[in-house]
Design a binder for this molecule. Structure first.
Ligand code: TXA
Ligand code: MG
Length: 352
């Protein structure tokens, strides 16, 4: 592959950069790969309806081919040709949350290739709330399949530079649209006539879904932390979000957490292990004689979600071998934060 084109596009008014936007759309029309910003994380886009284009995504990311992709559309009505039917529950969710960070899984129509759906007879669809993403899909005139634009197993990218670090020279173009608003991937739900099941928690929480539809459940694979339960969202079973260093989540009473982490940092120092603690506004001063990264205030879980992947990548830049992080309550957005953290830590949770 020739070197990757890197272009900034105005995130408030993408049409101000119409030349770059058209360049990106042309690449996609020729079955190429373009990374673009969404409000959650950067996506790696390809024509969702073309087998040849989709295959390139799996190769560039090193992604297992049974892990299906999310199809991104620019207008709510564009869902109809892609699915068998749209149940009433799905319509309610679309009305309330699109454009936005909610991905809806429904029975697919025949125009979705099996490569896009990872061999499943369902398809995951979302309308992103990002001007560049919407303008790009409109320029293309077809939906874009877009997984997060990271190398498989690495933390999802929240900046164009993260995409560059992972995928430079492996894809045709990267659009730089600044930092993603949410920093954590969309909530994925499967929707039935009379119930909704959360397959991947995100910033649209169970409580928010419950405010408009009945019978919202959280999939067992999320709650049980058990990799052996066959995950219905195939992506959830793979190693994910992991920096090079080992992550340890420390859970329990906050004073116990702090003293446990201080002990570990002290031990690591003696053993010449480069370690760090990811702490919050509320606790960071306790670790002042060690390496620290501040994830934000515990009172603002959205900010913590926004910073999480960025800080995990920062640990790689600093060549950190061991990362200690204080746990968060699994409520509201905290469920999504802990879900990503547990995977990043390969379920190494220490109760104190
Ligand atoms: O926020 C997001 O969702 C980002 C941006 C770019 O839109 N995309 C993203 O895509 O996170 P990806 O491929 O990294 O994650 C897609 C998730 C995976 O866990 C996958 O298994 C699940 O969605 N998924 C996709 N299609 C599915 C289907 N038909 N049934 C169940 N789960 C599905
Ligand atoms: Mg991903």
């Amino acid at each position: 592959m020739d070197s990757t084109i890197f272009e900034k596009i105005n995130s408030l008014d993408p049409n101000k950069d119409i030349v770059a936007l058209k360049k990106a759309a042309n690449i996609l029309k020729n079955d190429g790969l373009v990374a673009f910003p969404t409000e959650t994380v950067y996506g790696l886009g390809a024509n969702a309806l073309k087998d040849d284009a989709i295959k390139k995504i799996y190769v560039a990311k090193g992604r297992p081919s049974d892990n299906p992709l999310i199809v991104h559309i620019a207008d709510k009505n564009d869902i109809y040709p892609l699915v068998d039917s749209v149940p009433k529950n799905a319509l309610i969710l679309i009305e309330k949350f699109w454009p936005g960070a909610l991905t809806i899984v429904l029975k697919k129509s025949s125009i979705i290739p099996k490569t896009t759906s990872g061999g499943l007879d369902t398809v995951a669809i979302r309308m992103p709330n990002n001007n560049i993403a919407l303008a790009l899909i409109k320029q293309c005139g077809f939906p874009l399949a877009a997984p997060s634009a990271n190398t498989s197993t690495k933390p999802s990218p929240t900046l164009a530079s993260h995409v560059y670090n992972d995928l430079n020279n492996k894809i045709d173009m990267i659009i730089d649209g600044g930092k993603c608003d949410f920093g954590i991937e969309s909530t994925v739900v499967e929707v039935f006539e009379d119930s909704v099941n959360i397959l991947r928690p995100g910033s649209i929480t169970k409580e928010m879904l419950q405010s408009v539809v009945n019978n919202v459940t959280i999939d067992k694979a999320i709650l049980n932390n058990n990799l052996n339960i066959l995950a219905k969202s195939p992506g959830m079973k793979y190693k994910h979000y992991a920096p090079f260093g080992d992550i340890f989540i420390i859970d329990g009473n906050i004073n116990n957490i702090i003293s446990y982490i201080l002990n570990c940092l002290e031990e690591d120092k003696k053993n010449n292990i480069k370690s760090i603690v990811i702490a919050s506004d509320e606790t960071i001063k306790n670790y002042s004689s060690f390496n620290t990264l501040n994830i934000g205030s515990r009172k603002d879980l959205h900010l913590i979600a926004k910073n999480l992947f960025n800080l995990l990548r920062e640990c790689d830049t600093l060549n950190i071998q061991k990362i200690y992080i204080e746990s968060f309550l699994e409520e509201g957005v905290g469920l999504a934060i802990m879900n990503r953290l547990k995977k990043a830590a390969n379920y190494k949770i220490i109760k104190v």
